[in-house]
Design a protein around this ligand. Sequence first.
Ligand code: EPZ
Length: 420
Amino acid sequence: MSQLLIRGGRRLEGEVTIQGAKNSVLPILAATLLAEDQVVLEDCPRLRDVDASVRILRSLGCRAEWQGEDLLVNTAALDRWAISDVLMREMRSSAIFLGAILARCGQADISYPGGCELGPRPIDLHLAGLRDLGAEIREEGGVLRCAASRLTGREVVLGLPSVGATENLMLAACGAEGTTVIANAAREPEIVDLQNFLNACGARVSGAGSSSVTVEGKRRLHGCAYRCMPDRIVTATYLCALASAGGEIRLKGGVEGHLSTLTALLREAGCEITSDRAGITCVCRDRLQAVRPVRTAPYPGFPTDAQALLMAALLRSRGATVFEENMFENRYRHVDELTRMGASVRVSGRVAVVTGVETLQGAPVRCTDLRGGAALCVAALAAEGESRISAVHHIDRGYEDIARDLRALGAEVTRTETEH
Ligand code: EPZ
């Protein structure tokens, strides 16, 4: 088991380059199933969830190899269409393979995906959309058996703008006859990145970033070399780390336009943020001020993935801030751990109220999920003394090496491996 030891109380100073986006590269890895020859994912982030995708690709008969920082994928030899229950449970994004396998093979067997425990995470919208395109899906002993001798493009209206369902349908629609229009599509930057990747392979996809995505199906897709977008939630993590500890940092490659709801709140709290095409600079000199209510919403609203991070940054602010989590039912599991450091947070249903305290104390705490775990690091940077953060495997799902990055930003962080 790995642990992070963080000695808090140091102001940050330094710069890091933001890694590629987990939530882009995972659907893109599923999309490689649609390309006839090799795809090179340049500077691909090395994450636990990327490893899980690689294992899925290999289990289907595909080749996926690292060459330095690049991940080379060739799916020409694919000869299976079933993903085992063990692999499906490793992450939520395994569900996105369904649309791609169906488009490629006309059938797919999968079970329900795993992933961070944030409350119920159904895939009903994915399945309804695939049925609209002509797939027959039945459940047999926990296995979803999907068949589509032919997928047909048409308008598919999503009940809510689900990121995963939009991506799944974009991939399935590439294999459908005619044109598919996904209405009420998610508008996240990662959807735009998936569109850009597909188009680089020869697909004709348009509209991503708006609520209506159009896919012209049945085009032959070839391989390409592609570099996915910088990770906006990793960027958010280090901005919140700076807000928590104070100092001045530069995030190379960070894109402020992907995070304007967060940066607006950080400015309101007292941070100075400037950005240009090469990255973001953030300065924080004084104790933060509480900010107006933070309500999570689909993009371009405030990202649920940054809720725990901003909360951790505001634990020592002056005044009280209200959070309202509207995306997932169970996304305050980090709060009990933050309380061990002396934080004052009251949770009632989907609302949490953070009242700033003068000081936080380092404590032994445990990651409950990916972003909740990163939030513990953010809080620990501002706490007096040492925090010992366990269950770091949650953080490894989405951060290449959070200890390395925080050290580059001037923090005192070490990673240790223990027996239990
Ligand atoms: C993506 O998850 C991200 N994961 C999540 O990031 C992120 O929290 C989430 O979008 C919201 O922004 C990846 O991109 C790999 P959704 P996804 O489908 O696609 C409900 C992180 O920390 N819903 O947009 O699973 C669902 O329950 C992770 O990096 C249905 O009801 O999110 C939720 O309440 C965690 N039925 C809401 O929609 C469905 O069929 C949004 O989910 C699908 C979703």
